[in-house]
Design a protein around this ligand. Structure first.
Ligand code: NAI
Ligand code: MG
Length: 325
């Protein structure tokens, strides 16, 4: 059965790394039908809309979407796109790869970030000149859904769960998140503990190898997973998945990298690893594993792009990965 994949390169290096990831998907061969769509700053300049209805509709109906990055319009694109695929979980693996300089080569973390509420779903207002507020939304339903996803994920990979929170201060909202996650934990035979997110940030820097799946509220997951990017060699290596029940959206964690965009030297690894997650989401586990292995071997043997200390282009790295497939 043909699966429909929507490809949204977006702006900046999205237009360089997403085509590279598409080549990799084509090389491993499931029966995919690709549709290209626009989103981001460039299409907004042309049409006034950062996320054209057509792109949203395509993502809402496809089996999976591969997105690059958007520039200034990132929030106007990515939040509605995540909503279009009804994703509740943002999954961000961060692992150290052989051959890539990382303070702790044993780092192999997966952040499971709540993707629908917290402060990013809150309503901001200016209640008086110079006085602003933000409402934070945490529900039992969303907390339960994300906790169950994290514990299932840990169970499948034979790992454990750390629940990140700040329930000592945000007693009501993070209190609900923590209590709900602990009730879900009771249903699983998976080891877990909880950690205050500020102390956890320090511990992740000092001994990342002691953690496995980190279950996070929305904002904490955003920040801690970028911190983890710094532990494993930079944003050029971090893939992510926005997972829903019926469809999902895959994207590198990085943005448009305006400092290198257009030079053809962006690291395509994060986009390719996102493509590997897409394959696995659709049940093509072998193809996903082949892509991950080819990217891992290329990181170890080179060529590598300048962010990893090499002098290769995106094309060189893509060719090396394709030759390993
Ligand atoms: P960024 O991720 O674009 O860049 C941060 C640094 O990492 C830069 O030095 C960049 O060159 C480097 N970098 C990132 N990805 C790389 C790759 N694949 N290969 C080599 N080097 C790479 O984050 P920044 O600078 O904070 O944001 C730039 C723009 O991207 C902004 O307009 C922001 O709004 C947007 N953005 C969009 C996101 C999205 O669409 N999901 C996510 C993050 C930022
Ligand atoms: Mg972020």
């Amino acid at each position: 059965m043909t699966e429909e994949i929507v490809v949204v390169p977006g702006d900046g290096i999205g237009r360089e790394v997403v085509p590279a990831a598409r080549e990799v998907l084509e090389a491993v061969g499931p029966d995919f039908e690709f549709t290209e769509a626009e989103a981001g700053d460039a299409v907004k300049e042309e049409t006034g809309e950062a996320l054209p209805d057509e792109t949203r509709e395509l993502a809402a109906n496809a089996d999976a979407t591969l997105f690059g990055a958007a520039g200034d319009t990132a929030a106007d694109v990515i939040i509605p796109l995540r909503r279009a695929v009804e994703s509740f979980a943002n999954v961000r693996p961060a692992r150290a790869y052989p051959g890539v300089d990382a303070p702790n080569p044993e780092t192999d973390l997966v952040f499971v970030r709540e993707n629908t509420e917290g402060v990013y779903a809150g309503h901001e207002s200016e209640i008086a000149p110079g006085v602003t507020t933000l409402t934070r939304v945490v529900t039992e339903d969303a907390s339960e859904e994300i906790a169950r996803y994290a514990f299932e994920y840990a169970e499948n990979r034979g790992g454990d769960v750390t629940i990140a929170h700040k329930a000592n201060v945000m007693r009501t909202t993070d209190g609900l998140f923590l209590d709900t996650a602990e009730s879900v934990a009771d249903e699983f035979d998976v080891a877990y503990d909880d950690a205050l997110m500020d102390a956890l940030a320090m511990h992740l820097v000092q001994r990342p190898d002691e953690y496995d799946v980190v279950l996070c509220p929305n904002l904490a997951g955003d920040v801690l997973s970028d911190l983890a990017a710094g532990l494993v060699g930079g944003l050029g290596l971090l893939p992510s998945a926005n997972v829903g029940d019926e469809r999902a959206l895959f994207e590198p964690v990085h943005g448009t990298a305006p400092d290198i965009a257009g030079e053809g030297v962006a690291n395509p690894s994060a986009a390719m690893l996102s493509a590997a997650m897409l394959l696995e989401y659709l049940g093509h586990d072998d193809a996903g594993e082949r892509v991950r292995t080819a990217v891992t071997e290329t990181l170890a043997s080179g060529p590598t792009t300048p962010d990893l200390g090499g002098d290769a282009t995106t094309r060189d790295v893509t060719d090396a990965v394709l030759s390993k497939l």
